[in-house]
Design a protein around this ligand. Structure first.
Ligand SMILES: [Fe+2]
Length: 393
C-alpha cells in the first residue's frame, strides 16, 4: 500500500438534459447572483447560441453583461480586459458559454476579480496553487462543444504573453480545485450546431483525455473507472455525431463522455498534451487536431509500459478483442485511433496541419516545460519530445 496521502476531487453539480438551459436564471438566483457576466466568443454568438442562453435571463428580467471577445487559445490580455468589463458592469456571477477557450478564460477572469493581477504568480509553474483562495465569484459553465471538459476540470490554460519563461508566447496552466465551476450545465441541444470539423477535433480531445488519464501515473482508481466509461461512451458515439450532427442523443452521450473524461484527468495527462499545448500557440493547429495526430505516436512510445491498460482501452473503445492476446489488443487500441483519425478526416501529420519543420527543436524544449508529461507512463526527455514531433510530422 502506498504511504502517500492522496487527494481526490468530486465534480461540481452537473445538470444534464436537453434544453436544460431554460433553468439558467434560477441557478443564478440560487447562487445569489443579481447581475451575471456572460463570457463567450463571436463564433458562439454568430450561430445564435448566445441568444438561446440569454433568453431565459430576459424572460426572468435578470440584467446581465456580455463579453464575447475571447479568442481561441485565450491570452492573459483578453482575461484582463474581461476583468475590467466585469468590474465596470458591477457583475457578481460568471457564466461561461463556449468551448475550452471560453471556459478557461472565464476561470482566469473570475480569479483576478479577487486576486491581484497579473496572472504570473498563479500559474502552476509559479507555485500558483498555494496562492489561490476560494473567495471568487460563482461560476456556471455551459459548454457548447463536447471535448475540453473544462466545466469539471481544475485547470485553465492561458496563453502567457509576458514572455517571462520563454522568448515567445507560451500556454501555461492555472490549476486549483477552486477553478471548478459551481454548476456544469450540460445541454446537448446547444452542441448540435457545432461544425463537423470542430465536432471531430473536440471529440478526439475528449478521447485523448480519457486515454492519457487512464494510463497516467497517479494512483487514482476512481478516475480510472470514470475514464474507461467515458471512452466507452465517446467510442460508441463519435462517428455518429460526425456523420449526423443533429443526432441529439449521440450529442448528449458525447457531452457527458467529454465531461467524464475531463473529470478523470485529475489523475494526470501525458506527453500528447505537453506537445499539443505548444502546437496551438506556435503553429495554426487546433488543440483537438494536434492531440489526434500525436496520440497514436505517443501510444506507440508508451506501449511497452502500459500493455494491459491499452488492451482495456481497446475494449472500452468498442474493439472486438476476443481472439487477441493482451499485446495484440493494446496494438488494436492504437489502430482504432488511426482508423478514427482517418474516418474523421484529420490531417495526416503535423506538417499537413501546418507545422514547419524548423520549429520542432524549440517546440521540444517548450514541451518539457509543460507539466502534463510528468504523469506520462514512460518518462520523457527532450530527445523523446523531438523524436515524437518528428515522427508525427
Ligand atoms: Fe485537451
Amino acid at each position: 500500500m502506498n504511504k502517500e496521502t492522496l487527494s481526490y476531487f468530486s465534480p461540481p453539480h452537473i445538470e444534464f438534459g436537453n434544453e436544460a438551459i431554460v433553468n439558467l436564471a434560477s441557478h443564478i438566483t440560487a447562487l445569489g447572483g443579481k447581475k451575471p457576466f456572460i463570457v463567450s466568443d463571436t463564433g458562439v454568438s454568430n450561430v445564435g447560441i448566445l441568444k438561446t442562453v440569454v433568453t431565459p435571463l430576459e424572460d426572468a428580467n435578470l440584467p446581465f453583461a456580455t463579453y464575447v471577445d475571447i479568442e481561441p487559445n485565450p491570452t492573459d490580455i483578453s482575461v484582463l480586459q474581461g476583468v475590467e468589463v466585469f468590474q465596470k458592469e458591477k457583475c457578481d456571477v460568471v457564466i461561461a458559454v463556449g468551448g475550452g477557450s471560453v471556459m478557461d478564460a472565464a476561470k482566469a477572469i473570475r480569479l483576478l476579480i479577487t486576486h491581484e493581477p497579473p496572472l504570473e504568480p498563479y500559474y502552476v509553474d509559479s507555485d500558483g496553487a498555494n496562492k489561490i483562495r476560494d473567495d471568487m465569484p460563482p461560476l456556471i459553465c455551459v459548454p457548447t462543444t463536447a471535448g475540453t471538459g473544462s466545466e469539471v476540470s481544475q485547470g485553465a490554460i492561458i496563453t502567457d504573453t509576458s514572455m517571462q519563461t520563454t522568448d515567445r508566447w507560451r500556454k501555461r496552466a492555472i490549476i486549483t480545485r477552486y477553478n471548478m465551476s459551481n454548476i456544469a450545465l450540460l445541454d446537448p441541444s446547444l452542441t448540435v450546431k457545432m461544425p463537423q470539423a470542430l465536432t471531430a477535433a473536440t471529440g478526439m480531445d475528449a478521447i485523448t483525455h480519457g486515454i492519457e488519464a487512464y494510463v497516467a501515473t497517479k494512483h487514482h482508481p476512481i478516475a480510472e473507472g470514470v475514464a474507461l466509461q467515458a471512452l466507452k461512451m465517446l467510442g460508441a458515439n463519435i462517428r455518429n455525431v460526425y456523420h449526423d450532427r443533429e443526432n441529439v442523443v449521440a450529442r448528449g452521450e458525447m457531452l457527458l463522455g467529454s465531461c467524464m473524461a475531463a473529470f478523470s484527468f485529475q489523475k494526470g495527462l501525458g506527453a500528447v498534451h505537453s506537445i499539443a499545448h505548444q502546437l496551438s500557440t506556435d503553429a495554426p493547429i487546433p488543440h483537438g487536431v494536434a492531440n489526434a495526430i500525436l496520440l497514436p505516436h505517443v501510444m506507440e512510445f508508451n506501449l511497452p509500459h502500459v500493455i494491459d491498460k491499452y488492451a482495456d482501452v481497446a475494449t472500452a473503445l468498442g474493439v472486438n478483442v476476443n481472439e487477441m492476446s493482451k499485446s495484440e489488443a493494446a496494438c488494436a487500441a492504437i489502430d482504432e485511433i488511426r482508423a478514427l483519425n482517418n474516418e474523421l478526416n484529420m490531417p495526416t501529420g503535423l506538417g499537413d496541419a501546418g507545422l514547419e519543420r524548423e520549429k520542432i527543436p524549440k517546440l521540444a524544449v517548450d514541451s518539457m516545460l509543460d507539466h502534463c508529461h510528468k504523469f506520462n507512463p514512460r518518462k520523457c526527455t527532450e530527445e523523446d519530445m523531438l523524436r515524437l514531433l518528428e515522427v508525427s510530422l
